[in-house]
Ligand binder design. Structure first.
Ligand SMILES: *Cc1c(COP(=O)(O)O)cnc(C)c1O
Length: 362
């Protein structure tokens, strides 16, 4: 390949071309320091400027009030499966988990190390094809939080409206759909997201925590496992993943320049519609994994009539520069990950390829 391809990998995932170009242009000499941003001290004013700007941009884009703090951590979303219950759960308390996919399930399993876990719903026996109705959720009487996964990356389902839990804070893993659509942040006590799907490269995890939630955290934990440490030290207690955070800041700038979350949401709807239409108009040649009212705008999962055709589809698509379409091993079939940075043209190229492939093989 000599040209850039359309990259449908689920994560690490495609980044906006203008972001890569901006990073390239200042790679050797960042802000007239004579050094790469990778080479400067995390205590320098230039680096602190980068990090503070990233946090400010995220706050603006998500319309977060000052009661929310933005933290930059490492360890991926997977460490948050553990840090959340470590900070807020204890053996005599219960947390509710909405199990709508394998990452949600992993989060619930980690919770059990620290306290009681109530699975308020688990759609695993049905192959995680759908998001449950509010009436199906069996909350415990007094949970410390309700944990959900806003977008199920592997199965291609997405919460369309979040459940209401009164005063109980929602905790959300938004790794694969943060900043893809507007939502009301008020009910959320804590939101976390690994950067490598919708925010930037791998290596940094964003945590958004509400002050009243933070006040309830267990103070008796090792220093690096306390959210408080990151709040008090502006995420600079130890060396943060500086280059990843710099890249996140560029992605957030790109998103602001584009018109913010409302603008990208419109584009994401148009993009996903191209591929879902190709599925829906295929007379069953393509079969979506997710039920229609649970469909994700970020990960489109589908099957073909046979595994042989799926193999053929993947290899021919690859030859045409449509990369990373193999589904997760637990679902099989295909998955097109079409995060914010996937251009409309990439989805159009895939939808056209799908029609063409069906005409030849259907
Ligand atoms: C990718 C993903 C994870 C895992 O993230 P890591 O950064 O690899 O730990 C967790 N949750 C969701 C929803 C994901 O998409």
């Amino acid at each position: 390949m000599t040209e850039r391809v359309y990259n449908f990998y689920p994560g690490p995932a495609t980044l906006p071309l203008p972001v890569l170009e901006a990073a390239r242009d200042e790679l050797l000499n960042f802000q007239a320091t004579g050094m790469s941003v990778m080479e400067i001290s995390h205590r320098s004013k230039q680096y602190e400027g980068v990090q503070n700007e990233a946090a400010a941009r995220l706050k603006r884009l998500l319309k977060l009030g000052d009661d929310f703090k933005i933290l930059f951590l490492q360890g991926g979303a997977s460490l948050q499966f553990e840090m959340v219950p470590m900070n807020f759960l204890s053996p005599e308390k219960t947390a509710d988990y909405l199990v709508t996919g394998s990452f949600a399930k992993k989060a619930a399993q980690e919770g059990k190390y620290f306290g009681k876990v109530n699975l308020a719903v688990d759609t695993g026996e049905e192959g995680f094809r759908r998001i449950p109705d509010p009436a199906e959720l069996k909350f415990s009487p007094n949970p410390v939080y309700v944990h959900l996964t806003s977008n199920n990356t592997i199965y291609g389902t997405q919460w369309q409206t979040f459940p209401t839990c009164g005063e109980v804070p929602l905790v959300a893993d938004m790794s694969s759909d943060i900043l893809s659509r507007p939502f009301n942040p008020a009910p959320f006590g804590l939101i976390y997201a690994g950067a490598q799907k919708n925010l930037g490269p791998a290596g940094v995890t964003i945590v958004i925590i509400r002050e009243d939630m933070l006040a309830k955290a267990n103070p008796d934990l090792p220093v690096m496992l306390r959210y408080e440490t990151f709040v008090k030290n502006n995420s600079l207690y130890n060396t943060p993943p500086t280059f990843s955070i710099y890249m996140v800041s560029l992605v957030l700038k790109w998103l602001e320049d584009l018109g913010g979350v409302e603008a990208i949401y419109r584009r994401n709807q148009e993009k996903a519609a191209l591929i879902y239409d190709a599925i829906d108009r295929s007379n069953g040649f393509y079969r979506g994994h997710a039920e229609k009212n649970s469909r994700s705008l970020m990960n489109v999962t589908f099957r073909l009539p046979s595994e042989e055709l799926e193999q053929k589809f993947i290899s021919e698509a690859t030859n045409q520069g449509l990369i990373g379409l193999k589904g997760h091993r637990s679902v099989g079939g295909l998955r097109a990950s079409i995060y914010n940075a996937m251009p409309y043209e990439g989805c159009k190229a895939l939808a056209d390829f799908m029609k063409d492939f069906m005409a030849k093989n259907g």
